[in-house]
Design a binder for this molecule. Sequence first.
Ligand code: JHZ
Length: 392
Amino acid sequence: MPVISLGETPLANAWLTPDLATQREPRYPLHVLRCTRCALVQLSVVVEPSTLFGHYSYLTSASRPMVEHFGRYAHSLSERFALKGRLVVEFGSNDGALLRAFANQGARVMGVEPASNLAAAANAEGLPTFNAFFNAGVARDIKAKHGDAAVIAANNVLAHIDDLGDVLTAVELLLAPDGVFVAEVPYLLDLLEHVEYDTIYHEHLSYFALTPLVRLFAGAGLILADVERQKVHGGTIRVFVTRAGQPSTRVEAAIDHEKQIGVTEAGLYTTFASRVVQSRDALVAVLSGQRRNNARVVGLGATAKSTTLLNYCAIGPQHLDYIADSTHLKVGLLSPGSHIPIRSEDALSQDRPDTILLLAWNYADQIIAKHSDYLAGGGRFIHPIPLARLIP
Ligand code: JHZ
């Protein structure tokens, strides 16, 4: 069943060099569908993974709140599962931010990362990383050379994978008998409740509630044994998947809650779709007000999300002078579709625009705290989600 259509958008991380600005960029339909039986929410099209992930400009380590999150994550898992000297494998390991945190806890680490630039950066830092998509062949290779894994971690990557059955076969091959597969995925209920429609883009093929995940793992002979809510990325669930045991009471309670709020029923999704339109209209109204007052507005965070938000709301260089970002790989490029220049975040302290649109709203508290001088000097922020509001 259709949930919403966000039009045709360019790929979320397809930042382009200014010389390509006059060429037509490839756009793909961004249509969201849902399964009426199992509540799995998915996109209608699948873009070739090597196009999306062969070279990647998102660096986990460029976002300090994520580095801190992964530090806490590695510490809590090391305490819970006694990981000193044991093997932790992460697929979709990006630049090695979580591997580094596990290595600091005394675990042996191995990454698997399809982006050649990121795998090279992690290897150069001494964090061993296979440059590959994770599959049964890679799992066998790791097992033959390094033994089985006490933990297999997958953060913000399950949603990116079309053939999840294939990946779970690889997990099953590599996981130690007492091992745990730990995955973090943005939570569908947070997306719907907080109208985080901009987290919908072509890299994210699936939007997970717990209900379809339980079925998915059961199909691979695995048990979704436990779940924790995490605050990152606008609301995430961390699931713990094992070979044996029973689902915890937390899992049962979460499944009951999903049933109660009608996760397989139409109402939840029609409400979401109409709130998305309200959210867009509110943001456009706030930005138009800024223009009427001749305020100079810039964006902060050249996020994947911003590609959906800017294209869906038709926000361009007429609204935002530039987007500031802490990732050196993005600086000097233009945003996909909207062609807004990206500058270093350091530029903000000299430049002092009137207003900053929080395109990385998921770190709003940390970003506002970091730029407290700007705020104290009369600067303002726009928080775009769920309904645009000015701070202060
Ligand atoms: P951030 C990422 O999406 C990538 P994005 C990915 N596609 C995914 O699945 C989701 O997460 C879940 C910058 N920044 O984390 C750095 C500052 O400039 O919201 C990043 O470019 N200053 C794998 O891209 C961007 O913002 C700062 O102080 O939507 C953050 O991107 C901070 C904190 C960040 O995810």
